[in-house]
Design a protein around this ligand. Structure first.
Ligand code: SAH
Length: 204
């Protein structure tokens, strides 16, 4: 290792060997998507994930994105329009627990980025009851080799409830139908966000 860029890679701000949480989630989603697929962004927020998913599904694909805040839809729509991606997205102003009412095809990715929007009203956060319902709906919509990805934020009160419930849920996922994993950094000062991901092996 002698060039400066190699040194930066090793000791600077990344890219790291162990990818940051969002990069790891991105890599799982990108691996699961074939251009033309339909996918779900269950928590649109500011629309960053919606944009990435829209790029990966391509012009023939479709992204269904959900949020309960009108402001999230506005921001996401703007972001998509700036990039010419709006046509391949359907933005739903409703809870992700309704996803089976809105999506009637199989999907290759369901992505949840839980919690509240950084810098916004922290009282508007995903909640354990509806999150669990939505995850079951998402699993039902997944096609074979599709993946459901959940980014969990245990650093706030609702997040701790979600953490407890989701850790129980993932430990009971049917091993005949799914593979699952957890991805989390260990030596952190505060409880770190982490990923739970489930890959569907076969539909019933
Ligand atoms: N914690 C993440 C961002 C999460 S944004 C980060 O730090 O980057 C989570 C989004 O989920 C918010 O925009 C919120 O409005 C939305 N949300 C909350 N409950 C929801 C529900 N039932 N269905 C869909 N979206 C919901």
């Amino acid at each position: 290792m002698n060039s400066q860029s190699e040194q930066k890679h090793r000791f600077g701000k990344g890219p790291f060997i162990l990818p940051q949480i969002i990069r790891f989630a991105d890599s799982l989603a990108a691996r699961a998507i074939t251009p033309g697929d339909t996918v779900i962004d269950a928590t649109m927020g500011n629309g960053h994930d919606t944009v990435k998913l829209a790029q990966w599904v391509g012009p023939e694909g479709l992204v269904h994105a959900f949020d309960i805040q009108a402001q999230a839809l506005r921001k996401t729509q703007e972001r998509l329009q700036e990039q010419g991606l709006f046509e391949r997205c359907r933005l739903h102003l409703c809870g992700h627990q309704m996803m089976r009412d809105k999506v009637n095809t199989e999907v290759s990715v369901v992505l949840f980025n839980l919690g509240y929007l950084p810098g916004q009203d922290k009282s508007v956060t995903t909640e354990v009851g509806t999150t669990l319902i939505a995850i079951e709906e998402g699993l039902a919509l997944l096609k074979e080799s599709g993946v459901l990805i959940v980014v969990v934020y245990p650093g706030h009160e609702q997040g701790r409830f979600e953490q407890a419930a989701l850790d129980r849920w993932i430990s009971k996922v049917d091993t005949g139908l799914y593979r699952s994993l957890r991805y989390q950094f260990e030596n952190t000062a505060a409880p770190a966000p982490y990923i739970l991901a489930v890959e569907k092996l076969k539909t019933r």
